[in-house]
Design a protein around this ligand. Structure first.
Ligand code: NAD
Length: 356
């Protein structure tokens, strides 16, 4: 066994179907009685459902959560928290809503209960990304790690198949970068491989709807569990090129988060593969393929996900600036970060070619 350092993160995780019914109990367990429920504009219905379950324990609903956590929305939400005198933040939604909850916790120290409804995995990490003046910056602090995660598979049933695919590839990206992280360790390795396997096995059934009813619920359950396992890797480890590129494209060019991960991942794997052969072999075997980059590309494309940055709306003339930003401040990555090679990676991703 190689020497390693492993930091376990505190987490109370409740996983199942129908588990949102436990919100009031969990709130009281934290000693709280005045929750503010957060959602995106699209998920207000789910927020109202939780508000109803909480009854008098809910003091308000804030529904303006926005992708990439813009600071002006956070300021507005913190005002609402203070006006309502809330003592707990309850995020019901994907990474955007959970990001807002974390941003509030960072500024107020309020405890968080999160009910994730996508596979992005932010709920299990002590990382927050925030966007101000077109630049997305991230920081790692236990202040933003949610106290309780309630995974309720029933709430993921409405996630459209196409969004489910990109969100699940976003989860796989965490596991891939954990496997070749400079802080890699055997526990994160196990979680990463388990997460990728669980997602790859069950994602197709979510799209085809094969088996219907019970089978679909089982597939949703597998993918949500896999997403949690993948997210658990991120916490203690440093992410590398793939996440840096996604943050650049998201923060500076406002590209959608999960779709950007999906388009880029095959290309970032191909870029790093020669320098991290063992890690990439683990990705391939967890996917059940020979070539990990092609395996991700084929899986996502066959399931209807976007596969080029062009279709996400990035302009060809912005590729150079994106490569400049990605090469700007050095960070650990298996392959050297050379601007010309990064530009080629971005060009391939822009046109959507199948990686070698
Ligand atoms: P999202 O939260 O914006 O959700 C995408 C869309 O799906 C939204 O319109 C939302 O309303 C809708 N939606 C969510 N759940 C649904 C459901 N069950 N049924 C139907 N529609 C649903 O997107 P995301 O990809 O989950 O999260 C992206 C954000 O999370 C980005 O800002 C990203 O930076 C952040 N993120 C952070 C971390 C971290 O560790 N800090 C990790 C992953 C993602």
């Amino acid at each position: 066994m190689q020497p390693f350092v492993y930091n376990a993160l505190p987490a109370r995780v409740i996983f199942g179907t129908g588990t949102q019914a436990q919100v009031a109990q969990e709130l009281q367990r934290l000693g709280c009685s005045r929750a503010i429920v957060l959602t995106t504009p699209g998920q207000v219905g789910k927020g109202k459902g939780v508000e109803k379950l909480l009854g008098d324990l809910c003091v308000g609903l804030y529904t303006r959560a926005t992708m990439h956590t813009p600071v002006d929305i956070t300021d507005d939400a913190v005002n609402a928290v203070q006006e309502l005198n809330a003592d707990c933040v309850m995020a019901v939604g994907g990474g955007s809503t959970i990001g807002l909850g974390k941003a509030i916790a960072l500024r107020t120290d309020l405890p968080q209960i999160v009910i994730p409804t996508t596979y992005a995995g932010s709920e299990a990490t002590p990382i927050i990304g925030q966007t101000e003046n077109g630049i997305k910056t991230t920081q790692k602090t236990l202040k933003v790690l949610p106290e309780v995660i309630i995974y309720d598979v029933a709430l993921t049933l409405t996630l459209p198949p196409k969004v489910s695919v990109t969100s699940a590839v976003n989860a796989i990206a965490h596991a891939v970068e954990a496997l070749y992280s400079q802080d890699a360790n055997p526990i994160a390795d196990l979680l990463a491989q388990e997460g990728i396997r669980s997602i790859a096995r069950s994602l197709p059934a979510i799209v085809t709807g094969e088996g219907g009813g019970e089978a679909l619920l089982k597939a949703r359950s597998d993918v949500l569990y896999g997403a949690w396992a993948c997210a658990m890797c991120v916490g203690g480890l440093g992410m590398a090129l793939h996440h840096k590129l996604c943050h650049t494209l998201g923060g500076t060019f406002n590209l959608p988060h999960a779709e950007t991960h999906t388009v880029l991942l095959p290309h970032t794997i191909a870029y790093n593969a020669p320098y991290a052969p063992e890690a990439i072999a683990k990705v391939a075997s967890s996917l059940g393929v020979i070539n990990a980059a092609q395996g991700i590309y084929d899986l996502a494309k066959q399931l209807g996900a976007p596969y080029s940055l062009k279709e996400l709306g990035l302009k060809e003339e912005d590729l150079g600036r994106a490569a400049d930003i990605a090469a700007m401040s050095p960070y650990p990555n298996p392959a050297p970060l050379e601007r010309d090679k990064l530009l080629k990676l971005l060009r391939d991703a822009w046109s959507g070619t199948r990686p070698p």
